[in-house]
Design a protein around this ligand. Structure first.
Ligand code: PGA
Length: 249
């Protein structure tokens, strides 16, 4: 059985005044039956982790440097995230790939750094609208998977998130056939490269405009093992029903 995961990506949102949402989420999900993560900005990570201690809800970072320490002003390393309480780290999000020019090779090196620090990387892949319209979706996803995942992964030390760039923060969502096609493709690629045992154990999340209203339909799609949620993770009242839909899937 692949563990299901609902991960909330707060992106560059949140200061101390938003910590009440963490308490509200804890109250709304007293005993989560699936894995639940909040990935707040790094400045809030240790405070969120402290509030969630013992709740069954974990925390993750949104990026990390590939090396464990050194002269890299402004960067955060994987051991620092782990020290602040994180169990996971989102890597290669399309906003990082766009805003910071991160390449597949950068993402792979960061994932190696994360695994060395006992963090589970959530490696993001996804096509742009132009790539989908040119019927290049699977070629793009295949290339990103090949380039971004290091050879050293194990089934319980990797999560993949399929996030079509055109669906992030737009309210547009691929239809369930489109989601299923990509998720089945990702599963097949993981099994080919890492063997069936490891390939089947990796949760494959869908991300891009997931909301309470569309979550159940998305979670019913083949090989969808959960969601990476942006906007709808900022408020417990929006995120808790998504987690509930995953529990019921
Ligand atoms: P969204 O973001 O849910 O706001 O579309 C998803 C993501 O970027 O992880």
């Amino acid at each position: 059985m692949v563990r299901k995961l609902a991960a909330g990506n707060w992106k560059m949102n949140g200061t101390a005044e938003n910590l009440g949402e963490v308490d509200a989420l804890k109250a709304a999900l007293p005993r989560p039956e699936v894995d639940v993560l909040i990935c707040p900005p790094t400045t809030l990570l240790s405070r969120v982790a402290e509030r969630l201690d013992g709740s069954g809800i974990g925390t993750g970072g949104q990026d990390c440097h590939s090396v464990r320490a050194g002269a890299h002003t402004g960067d955060i390393s994987a051991p620092m995230l782990a020290d602040a309480g994180a169990s996971h780290v989102i890597l290669g999000h399309s906003e990082r790939r766009n805003d910071h020019g991160e390449t597949d090779a950068d993402v792979r090196d960061k994932a190696k750094g994360a695994i060395a620090a006992d963090l589970t990387p959530i490696i993001c892949v996804g096509e742009t609208l132009a790539e989908r319209e040119a019927a290049n979706t699977l070629a793009i996803i295949g290339g990103q998977l090949a380039g971004s995942i290091p050879d050293i992964v194990t089934g319980d030390r990797l999560v993949i998130a399929y996030e079509p760039v055109w669906a992030i923060g737009t309210g547009k969502v691929p239809d369930t056939d489109q989601i299923g096609e990509v998720h089945d493709f990702i599963r097949a690629k993981l099994e080919q490269r890492f063997g069936v045992g490891v390939g089947r154990a990796v949760p494959i999340l869908y991300g891009g405009s997931v909301k309470a209203g569309n979550a159940a339909e998305i979670f019913a799609v083949s090989n969808v093992g959960g969601a990476l949620v942006g906007g709808a993770s900022l408020k417990a009242a929006d995120f808790a029903p998504i987690v509930a839909a995953l529990q019921g899937a």
